[in-house]
Ligand binder design. Structure first.
Ligand code: SF4
Ligand code: SF4
Ligand code: FES
Length: 239
């Protein structure tokens, strides 16, 4: 089974065809199986990330045929193209820079961390949002996130025009909105911190959601209904 693997090295892009050897004729390998075999055989310096191999850690996300997929849970077919997530800057091969998103949230979380307390029951909606594995698949097609790169994909932006990820991206994304909505639902968050979470959502560009058809989560969280709508309804952006 042949797949294309898009490599990024020293500012150059190269597409390499890899012939995956099935372990048994009916095997339908996951993208991560393909990458692991390629690295173990003909491409020893192939760079990609993975952790749990069980859709828990979220770090293995890549693009398959230009759409974000969780590599340890996404089956590949003959002729598929594996490339780094187009929504974040590439470091090497299939490894992208993730820290600009996490840094964006610094100073935007309650000082106590907003963590729950076993004595206070959180609503079901809070627990629904804890299913997020921080895979960043939801950044795909997000106009708010694209503002960070001049409304373009990072791969089309010249290095000198790239925003500084070390400072955290200026504009938000579905994941950052989910984190903020989770703070608003947490029963131990103070009234002031709930208000601050909404202010942060606005500051990160919640207005971009008003005319947007919505975002899609890699693990099936209802971002449109349980995050974006909830936040918009708490503002006067749609009135
Ligand atoms: S609804 Fe908002 S967060 Fe979701 S993709 Fe659109 S702009 Fe991004
Ligand atoms: S909201 Fe969904 S797609 Fe976005 S980071 Fe969390 S799990 Fe991944
Ligand atoms: S390796 Fe952890 S989610 Fe894929």
């Amino acid at each position: 089974m042949k797949v294309e693997i898009v490599l990024h090295r020293d500012g150059q892009t190269e597409v390499v065809e890899y012939d995956y050897q099935k372990r048994e004729p009916r095997e339908k390998p996951m993208a991560l199986d393909v990458l692991l075999q390629a690295q173990a055989t003909s491409m020893p310096d192939l760079a990609f990330r993975y952790g749990c191999r069980a859709r828990n850690c979220g770090v293995c996300t890549i693009d398959i045929n230009d759409k974000p997929r969780i590599a340890c849970r996404a089956r590949v077919r003959d002729g598929d193209k594996l490339s780094p997530c187009a929504t974040l800057p590439v470091l090497s091969d299939l490894v992208v820079r993730r820290d600009g998103i996490a840094r964006q949230m610094q100073g935007r979380l309650p000082s106590g961390g907003g963590g729950n307390d076993l004595n206070v029951e959180a609503p079901d909606a809070y627990h629904d949002l804890t299913a997020c594995i921080e895979c960043y698949a939801c950044l795909d097609n997000c106009p708010m996130h694209a503002r960070n790169f001049g409304d373009a994909l990072p791969e089309t932006v010249a290095p000198e025009d790239m925003p500084d990820a070390s400072a955290g991206y200026r504009w938000g994304n579905p994941f950052s909105l989910l984190k903020l909505q989770r703070i608003r639902l947490d029963p131990v968050t103070s009234v002031a911190d709930k208000a601050a979470a909404l202010e942060n959502a606005l500051e990160l560009g919640l207005d971009a959601c008003v005319d947007c058809p919505g975002c899609k989560c890699g693990v099936g969280i209802d971002l449109k209904g349980q995050v974006v709508k909830e936040l918009l309804d708490a503002t006067d952006l749609t009135s």
